[in-house]
Design a protein around this ligand. Structure first.
Ligand SMILES: Nc1ncnc2c1ncn2[C@@H]1O[C@H](COP(=O)(O)OP(=O)(O)OP(=O)(O)O)[C@@H](O)[C@H]1O
Ligand SMILES: [Mg+2]
Length: 330
């Protein structure tokens, strides 16, 4: 299946070297199972990138390769300007990683987990205490700081996990499913934290199963399927890739509706609502031609709305939801 061509940020943001993360042709297999079959990525510094894909698509594998936890079988990647194969120590010094599964040690307190991270980053003791207190406060964990982490709820543990990742003030952070299992309030808190990090200039690479999360946070989204990037772009660009988008014209006067129906034979009718749907990708060019055409025929709708498919539609289309949807992106 050819990859739908989207404008790449490489064109928009200049040379690859300005990227926080760039990768070309990354490959990884386990035995004869090909997990990544040539992945290209370009993530500008200070942006949020979301990697989507069904279970087993290779999201965690990609994070592990880019954070030098495992090596790729082929391809190249630079993280923070350092080659992952040649300069793994430099890569590690510039990143923070929150894995899919918690790195929190349950037997010691939240504060002790934080101080341990400060030691690992060779922070002087007083600096370690200062950073720990500040992050515990920021993640609303001060009250629980002296309790063993095993007593924390899932959401508290996840917040501690991310607080631990931030101890070394990384410029690039990898968050592998940061909000899986969190309730809606905790999820929104996490989104707020991620937005604040980005405001501070941090680059965020996140994986998620939640399309709404990608929609809310990410500047660019890539959908991983069958070892390759099936599509990437902004949420809006991805939504325009699949059919289902339309312009809806609603009328209040039945006479005006009837004359529009006779002019617009290809439109889908909704006689009850006095509304017509015209298929459209929602692009400026298509909208302009629809509006011009309405003007030329003298049709005046009382309400005109543009509907684009949501990211769920895109996800199903790109990752084998239905044959019809698959066909649409071919
Ligand atoms: N150490 C390993 N040995 C063998 N196979 C592995 C190993 N790690 C991952 N895999 C396989 O690689 C594939 C991709 O796994 P990965 O964990 O990257 O997927 P994922 O997209 O993160 O999935 P999920 O959404 O479930 O977290 C899976 O088929 C998995 O079974
Ligand atoms: Mg995973």
């Amino acid at each position: 299946m050819p990859t739908p061509v989207m404008p790449t940020s490489r064109q928009a943001d200049g040379p690859v070297s300005s990227a926080a993360v760039s990768a070309i042709g990354l490959r990884k297999s386990y035995g004869d199972k090909v997990v990544l079959d040539g992945i290209d990525l370009h993530i500008p510094a200070g942006s949020v990138f979301a990697l989507l894909g069904p279970n087993g698509a290779g999201k965690t594998t990609t994070v592990q390769i880019l954070s030098t936890l495992i090596t790729a079988d082929g391809g190249q990647a630079q993280v923070s300007g350092h080659d992952i194969a040649a300069e793994p120590q430099d890569v590690r010094a510039s990143i923070g990683v929150t894995g899919q599964f918690s790195a929190v040690d349950g037997l010691i307190t939240g504060e002790e987990n934080m101080l341990l991270m400060a030691d690992l980053h060779h922070l002087p003791r007083s600096e370690g205490r200062r950073v720990t207190a500040e992050l515990l406060e920021r993640f609303d964990l001060t009250d629980a700081a002296k309790k063993p982490a095993i007593t924390y709820s899932g959401g508290m543990k996840r917040r501690l996990d991310i607080a631990m990742t931030l101890v070394g003030s990384p410029r690039i952070i990898f968050l592998d499913e940061p909000t899986t299992g969190l309730d809606p309030r905790s999820r929104h808190t996490m989104w707020q934290i991620i937005r604040e990090l980005v405001t501070g200039g941090v680059t965020v690479f996140l994986t998620t199963q939640y399309l709404e999360e990608a929609d809310q946070l990410a500047d660019r989204i890539a959908v991983l399927n069958n070892g390759t990037i099936a599509a990437q772009g902004t949420a809006e660009e991805l939504k325009r890739l699949i059919p289902g988008g339309h312009v809806r014209l609603r009328f209040t006067d039945p006479g005006a509706y009837q004359s529009a129906v006779s002019e617009l034979r290809e439109a889908t009718r909704d006689d009850e609502a006095l509304a017509l749907q015209i298929p459209s990708d929602g692009s400026q060019r298509e909208l302009r031609s629809i509006l011009d055409w309405l003007d030329s025929t003298g049709i005046e709708a009382d309400e005109l709305t543009v509907h684009t498919p949501d990211l769920d539609d895109v996800f199903f289309a790109l990752t084998g939801g239905t044959d019809k949807a698959q066909e649409a992106v071919r």
